[in-house]
Design a protein around this ligand. Structure first.
Ligand SMILES: NC(=O)c1ccc[n+]([C@@H]2O[C@H](COP(=O)([O-])OP(=O)(O)OC[C@H]3O[C@@H](n4cnc5c(N)ncnc54)[C@H](OP(=O)(O)O)[C@@H]3O)[C@@H](O)[C@H]2O)c1
Length: 388
C-alpha cells in the first residue's frame, strides 16, 4: 500500500479541483496522491484524471455520508462549492457545513477551503450603495462562502482559508472576451472603472493549493489569498490588443448597468464588480502575487495566459447556459452610450428607437454568454477591517 498522503479533491472534474489533481499527479515524488471526487466516475473527465494515476471516487456534496466516505483515510481535502450550478447561497452554506462535519468525522489533518469575502463586512445590509439581494446578501456568491469560513474552525478542522481570484479563463468559458462592435472595433467590457482586477489562470488555483499542502502545517489556521496579477481593465485591453495584433478598446460599464441586464445572477455580479472596484485596495491587498508565485513558481500573469491560450477564446463555444450570463453584445445593444464611438446624443436617439435596430447577433455573439466572478484577500494572514 502506498504511503503517500491522500488529498480528497472536491470539484475534481472542474476548474479549481482539476488544477489541484493535475498538480499533485504531475509530482510523483511529492509524497501526495489525489483522490478525485466526482458524481460520475464514468465521465470522460473522471477517466482522464484516473489516467493520471489519481484515485477516482463517487460522492455528492449534497450527500454528507458520501462525503464522509470520500474523505475516509485521507490526509487532507480541497473543499469548494459550486454557486453557479444552483445560484443558492443557502445551498452553499449547507454544503460547506456538511464538508466541515465530514472533514471532522474523517479526522482530516489539513483542509483548504476555497472561499471569497463576505462583502457585508464592507457594505452592511443597510448600506444603500448597492442593493441588498435575497434579503440577506450584498454579493450572494461571495457572502455565503465568507460566512462559511467559520464552519471549519468550529469543527476543529485544521484549515487554510484560501481566497481565490477572477479566472482569466472567464474570457473562454463565460463570454467575457472582446466583442466586435457595429463599427468593426473590438472592445473589452468590465464594470471596474480604472480599478485593478486581481485575476489568475483557473489552473493556477490548484497549483497554489498544492503549494499550500506541500508546505505542511505552515498555512494551517491562516487566511491566504492568491492572484496571478492585478491589471486594470485598460491594461487588460492593452494586453488583448498586443495578443490579437489589433486595437481593443476598454469599456468601463457601470456596475448598475450590469445589474440591470436582467439575467439570473446579474445583480450579484454587478454588486461583485462594484465591491471589487470600490474596495479595490482591500481586494487587491488580500491577494499577493509574490506570495502566489512562492506557492506556484509557474504562476501566469494575464499576458502569460494570453500567450499560452492564443486566440482560442474568441472561437470557443461557451459552457454557460445562455440564460445565466450576459454578454457584451447585450450591453452594447441596451446601452449603446457605453460603446466606443457612440456619443450620448446618438445613444439617446437609439434608445428612443429612432435608428435602425442593431444587426442580429453573429454566431460569436450567440456563443458569448459572459459572467464574471472572483476571489479574495492578501496573502492576508488575517482579513482586513472594513473600509468605506
Ligand atoms: N469564475 C470565476 O472567476 C471564479 C473565481 C473565484 C471563485 N469562483 C467560484 O468557484 C466555484 C466553482 O468552482 P469551479 O470553477 O472549479 O467549478 P467548475 O469548474 O464549474 O466545476 C465544478 C465541478 O464540481 C462538480 N460538482 C458540481 N456539483 C456537485 C455536487 N453536488 N457534488 C459533487 N460535485 C459536484 C462537477 O463535477 P462532476 O459533474 O464530475 O460531479 C464539476 O465538474 C464557484 O462557487 C465560484 O463562485 C469562480
Amino acid at each position: 500500500m502506498s504511503d503517500k498522503k491522500i488529498i480528497a479533491v472536491l470539484g475534481a472534474t472542474g476548474a479549481q479541483g482539476g488544477g489541484l489533481v493535475r498538480a499533485i499527479q504531475a509530482d510523483p515524488n511529492g509524497g501526495f496522491i489525489a483522490r478525485a471526487v466526482t458524481r460520475d466516475v464514468g465521465s470522460d473527465k473522471a477517466k482522464e484524471l484516473a489516467a493520471l494515476g489519481a484515485e477516482v471516487v463517487a460522492a455528492d456534496v449534497d450527500d454528507e455520508e458520501s462525503l464522509e466516505r470520500a474523505f475516509e483515510g485521507a490526509y487532507g481535502a480541497f473543499c469548494v462549492t459550486f454557486f453557479w450550478a444552483h445560484l443558492s447561497p443557502e445551498k452553499e452554506l449547507a454544503q460547506a457545513a456538511a464538508m466541515a462535519r465530514a472533514a471532522k468525522a474523517a479526522g482530516l489533518r489539513h483542509v483548504i477551503w476555497s472561499t471569497l469575502e463576505d462583502t457585508r463586512r464592507w457594505v452592511p445590509l443597510d448600506d444603500d450603495r448597492m442593493p441588498t439581494l435575497m434579503e440577506k446578501y450584498k454579493v450572494p456568491h461571495f457572502d455565503a462562502k465568507g460566512e462559511a469560513n467559520s464552519y471549519f474552525g468550529e469543527q476543529g478542522v485544521p484549515t487554510t482559508i484560501l481566497h481565490t481570484s477572477f479566472y482569466w479563463d472567464n474570457l473562454i468559458h463565460f463570454g467575457m472576451e472582446p466583442q466586435r462592435g457595429e463599427d468593426g472595433r473590438l472592445a473589452f467590457s468590465l464594470p471596474m472603472g480604472d480599478a485593478k482586477l486581481p485575476g489568475m489562470a483557473a489552473e493556477d488555483i490548484g497549483r497554489c493549493a498544492y503549494g499550500i499542502f506541500k508546505a505542511g502545517d505552515q498555512y494551517i489556521g491562516q487566511t491566504v489569498g492568491i492572484a496571478g496579477g492585478h491589471p486594470t481593465g485598460e491594461e487588460m485591453a492593452e494586453s488583448l490588443s498586443r495578443s490579437l495584433g489589433e486595437e481593443v478598446a476598454y469599456i468601463a460599464v457601470e456596475p448598475a448597468v450590469y445589474r440591470g441586464l436582467g439575467f439570473p445572477g446579474a445583480e450579484d455580479l454587478g454588486n461583485m464588480f462594484q465591491f471589487m472596484r470600490d474596495f479595490n485596495d482591500d481586494h487587491c491587498g488580500a491577494r499577493s502575487v509574490d506570495f502566489s508565485r512562492s506557492l506556484n513558481p509557474a504562476l501566469q500573469s494575464f499576458d502569460d495566459w494570453l500567450a499560452r491560450t492564443g486566440t482560442s477564446y474568441l472561437d470557443t463555444e461557451k459552457n454557460v447556459p445562455p440564460w445565466l450570463l450576459p454578454d457584451v453584445a447585450v450591453i452594447r445593444r441596451r446601452f449603446p452610450a457605453t460603446w466606443p464611438g457612440r456619443s450620448p446624443r446618438n445613444a439617446g436617439d437609439r434608445r428612443g428607437g429612432s435608428l435602425a435596430r442593431p444587426a442580429p447577433p453573429t454566431d460569436r455573439h450567440l456563443h458569448s454568454r459572459g459572467r464574471g466572478c472572483s476571489g479574495i484577500p492578501p496573502c492576508c494572514r488575517g482579513e482586513r477591517l472594513p473600509t468605506r
